[in-house]
Design a protein around this ligand. Structure first.
Ligand code: NIG
Ligand code: FE
Length: 417
């Protein structure tokens, strides 16, 4: 958290501001040539270009530890605004089922899918869950992610949901990546409540949400609003209960079937609606009216062999678009935000500038961190990526690798070398 100066930046590409940007503003990225950034005590205190000044805020720049960006591209650290980071086991056995054409929701209905991860998660201790997730976080950091959201949702009972959230808190305190916790107890109906939907919703609203809030373990409440999971009306009840306890609403909406999730998101003023693969026009209108951001997950579309969300329509309607990985053991075992960026261009047809805003400032806004990260501006955390690239187009154009050379989190550099 000491001082760090990054000089000789070929292009500093960054959105600007402390709130989500929709419409034309989504693509309004500042490209500053021959730039430098000064970080002090974890926060950016100076950004400029051209000749380096001798002093900034009374700090003699000749005395500051310096990284030479060698004329490369620099962007804000990436914000992965949707992950299911904490889980036991993996589900590689489902690949064979997928190849035989068994649909995702059928695997779940047969007690597999999310429910098999629930069994593995219940069997794991908090330390085991955190140790496993730490490996994922290390990989994410090396790929340029400096802030991420993390959901519970593989416990489906009070004890295990809280254990997942405590693992998130422990990781937030010990790993360089900042973690933002979301309670997702409404991720599936647990096997014990198969014939008692109302009973599980009572447990969620009357016990699990109050317990998570009492320990300060979650900032957001999320629901999987989907055929065979939770209806729009059930989702509304759960999210309203979360609101009463200070948890801001998010919703998995229109991932497989359009059953009213995006409309509900707009109506209750959800911070974000996620997936939106089959989002109808009325859902987009409702989200625009409710100030709800769209958090799109193109790697999940790719992995499920599904369609891609109507991102361009959302931008046109003024809905701020964020993009994230959805890292989880079932529908998207991928944590590479650079792949998300490429698919954002190739499949959503967004421009590299719109994509950059989606994976930085709009992602930060979707998890309540736009005042602290998501752009390279004085006052924000010193979260940057120095790329093995000379411009923004290049990192969207290259596919599936890792072009992050040095990732800087709160002024501390983590590098390939
Ligand atoms: O966002 N859709 C619900 N939840 C995850 C998948 C979780 C899983 O399959 O384990 C998702 O895709
Ligand atoms: Fe998800």
């Amino acid at each position: 958290m000491e001082r760090l100066l990054v000089t000789n930046i070929g292009v500093l590409a960054t959105p600007l501001g402390s709130s989500a940007q929709g419409g034309e503003a989504q693509g309004a990225v500042r490209m500053m040539k021959n730039a430098w950034v000064l970080i002090d005590k974890g926060a950016i205190i100076g950004v400029g270009n051209g000749r380096l000044p001798q002093n900034v805020d009374g700090i003699d720049l000749r005395t500051v530890e310096t990284i030479d960006a060698q004329g490369s591209l620099v962007t804000p650290g990436l914000v992965d605004a949707h992950t299911h980071l904490i889980f036991g086991g993996w589900r590689q056995n489902e690949l064979a089922l997928k190849l035989r054409g068994v649909p995702y929701l059928d695997i779940l209905a047969q007690g597999g899918g999310i429910l098999s991860t629930v069994r593995a998660t219940r069997a794991a201790s908090q330390e085991e869950l955190a140790d496993k997730a730490r490996l994922a976080l290390d990989e994410m950091l090396s790929l340029g992610t400096t802030t991420c959201e993390a959901k519970s949702g593989y416990g489906l009972d009070t004890e295990t949901e809280l254990r997942q959230l405590r693992a998130i808190r422990a990781l937030d305190q010990t790993h360089p990546i900042d973690l933002v916790p979301t309670f997702l107890g409404a991720h599936a109906l647990p096997e014990a409540y198969k014939n008692d939907r109302a009973g599980y919703i009572r447990l969620l609203c009357g016990e699990m949400i109050p317990a998570a809030a009492a320990e300060g373990l979650a900032e957001f409440c999320d629901v999987f609003c989907e055929t065979g999971v939770f209806t729009a009306e059930e989702s509304r009840a759960i999210l309203e209960a979360g609101k009463k306890y200070g948890l801001r609403p998010k919703i998995h909406a229109d991932e497989i079937d359009p059953i009213g999730g995006s409309r509900l998101a707009g109506e209750i003023g959800a911070v974000s609606a996620e997936h939106l693969i089959v989002c109808p026009e009325e859902g987009i209108t409702a989200m625009a009216a409710g100030g709800t951001a769209a958090c799109l997950l193109p790697c999940t579309s790719f992995y499920l062999g599904a369609a891609y969300a109507p991102a361009r329509r959302m931008v046109e309607a003024g809905v701020p678009v964020a993009m994230a990985t959805d890292f989880n053991p079932g529908s998207c075992p991928c944590l590479n935000m650079q792949l998300v960026m490429s698919l954002g261009c190739l499949k959503y047809r967004l421009t590299p500038e719109e994509v950059l805003t989606a994976v930085t400032l709009n992602g930060a806004a979707a998890i309540g961190r736009a005042d602290r990260t998501g752009s390279v501006e004085s006052g924000k955390w010193g979260d940057l990526v120095i790329w093995e690239a000379e411009d923004l187009n290049y990192i969207c154009y290259r596919l599936g690798g890792n072009l992050a050379r040095t990732v800087i989190k709160k002024g501390v550099p983590y590098g390939k070398e």
